[in-house]
Design a protein around this ligand. Structure first.
Ligand code: NAD
Ligand code: MG
Length: 396
């Protein structure tokens, strides 16, 4: 029997929902995958347990005190894992010569630096962290190309489209007429839009089909998540904004579709389980068992489709607005949304204030040309948009 070289994987954001699912898939195939590095922002206890279970060479935390405490616990447990500290260490890990693949499962623009490091170092970059691509845009894609990285989508919709397309990317433009991203519609699909101003964070985080981190759960409730995915698709598949459509499909069985030049429609189906796109990103171009339940169409309720109601979901339309605006507008949209979602989760902003804050920032923050040509510029633009969002929220 031929022995495989194991894929050495760095999981950024390992304590989150995607991070945990990634470790679950990897643990099913110890002969194929090796966990070499883990990172978390908080929840050091979970990180410790993950280190015990997966024995990575490195673990990373943002603060020195917590890192030191973790190092002590790991030593006491007899583990050789070395604990690193801070954002720079994350970038070093993402680009490390002994790392083959990076699972980018950090939430928010905080993932941009490590994603770029992985891209520049030519890694297999498995992207769950859609915000990094929404902020980085053309600059991000350039880093992928110049670094010779393999960018693989983990977002279920983009994985679906990727799975429907031929392996040779050069053929994509000949094949695709447009794509259709499906959306569940989240918890408020049928709620009276006039009552949305009163919803609580817990109501917004109660997603009907998926269990996810709180930020993306709120994004799903506003449908800003689908907006971010429209922007993500624009870059992943090099499509103009008007070639990307969104369709509500409450059952989340069809994960997205490609409409080809000849009007043949290709779709990818499955039970809603993130381990499928994660397993595909890990094993591409092969396939491995993911742990997801088999889809039994006989047990599936009737598949439904409806057009998104933009009065109920004003955030969705802002994605196309940002894509049509000056370059950098999508970074403004993302920053304003991150601030607004955090304010909503902390009880300092109404649910309906999220889209309103993002819209106000898109109007008032004009990206400059030099802000989209470097990481420093992008981070400065991100910071500027965050300040503006705070000011908009403070004005009430
Ligand atoms: P989560 O909140 O469950 O986990 C986030 C992870 O990132 C945690 O490990 C956390 O410690 C870490 N983190 C948070 N802030 C950080 C920072 N400033 N620096 C470094 N690390 C930080 O989120 P999630 O649901 O796993 O989502 C992760 C990403 O994947 C998001 O971009 C989300 O949009 C995307 N995504 C998630 C799902 C899903 O089903 N959960 C589906 C598609 C895409
Ligand atoms: Mg998605």
């Amino acid at each position: 029997e031929k022995s495989l070289t194991r894929l050495r994987v760095c999981v950024l954001g390992s304590t989150g929902s995607i991070g945990g699912n990634t470790l679950d898939v990897m643990a099913r195939h110890p002969e194929r995958f090796e966990v070499v590095a883990l990172s978390a922002h908080s929840r050091a206890d979970v990180l410790f347990e993950q280190c015990v279970a997966h024995r990575p060479r490195w673990a990373c935390l943002p603060e020195a005190d917590a890192a030191q405490a973790l190092q002590g616990r790991l030593r006491a447990a007899g583990l050789a894992t070395e604990v690193l500290v801070g954002a720079q260490a994350l970038e070093q890990l993402a680009g490390h010569p002994e790392v083959d693949a990076v699972m980018a499962a950090i939430v928010g623009a905080a993932g941009l630096g490590p994603c770029l490091a992985a891209a520049r170092a030519g890694k297999r970059l498995m992207l769950a962290n859609k915000e990094a691509l929404v902020v980085g845009g053309a600059f991000f894609m350039q880093a992928v190309e110049q670094g010779g990285a393999t960018l693989l989508p983990v977002d279920s919709e983009h994985s679906a489209i990727f799975q429907c397309l031929p392996e040779a990317r050069a053929r994509w433009p000949q094949v695709i007429d447009h794509i259709v991203l499906t959306a569940s519609g989240g918890p408020f699909r049928q709620r009276d839009p006039d009552s949305l101003h009163a919803v609580t964070p817990d109501e917004a985080c109660a997603h009907p089909n998926w269990v996810m981190g709180r930020k993306i759960s709120v994004d799903s409730a506003t449908m800003m998540n689908k907006g971010l995915e429209v922007i993500e698709a624009r870059w992943l598949f090099a499509l103009p904004p008007d070639k990307i459509q969104v369709l509500i499909h409450p059952q989340s069985i069809i994960h997205s579709m490609v409409v080809c030049r000849d009007n043949s429609v290709l779709a990818q189906l499955g039970t809603p389980d993130m381990r499928v796109p994660i397993a595909y990103a890990l094993s591409f171009p092969e396939r491995v068992e993911s742990g997801a339940a088999a889809l039994n169409l006989l047990n599936v309720p009737a598949l439904q489709f409806e057009a998104p109601d933009l009065r109920r979901f004003p955030a969705l339309d802002l994605a196309w607005q940002a894509l049509r605006g000056p370059e950098g507008s999508t970074a403004v949209l993302n920053a304003a949304n991150e601030v607004a979602v955090a304010a909503f989760l902390a009880g300092g902003l109404r649910f309906t204030g999220i889209a309103a804050t993002v819209a106000a920032c898109l109007e008032s923050v004009q990206p400059a040309a030099d802000e989209v040509a470097s990481v420093e510029g992008l981070l400065a633009l991100d910071a500027r948009a965050r300040r503006q969002a705070q000011a908009v929220i403070a004005r009430g």
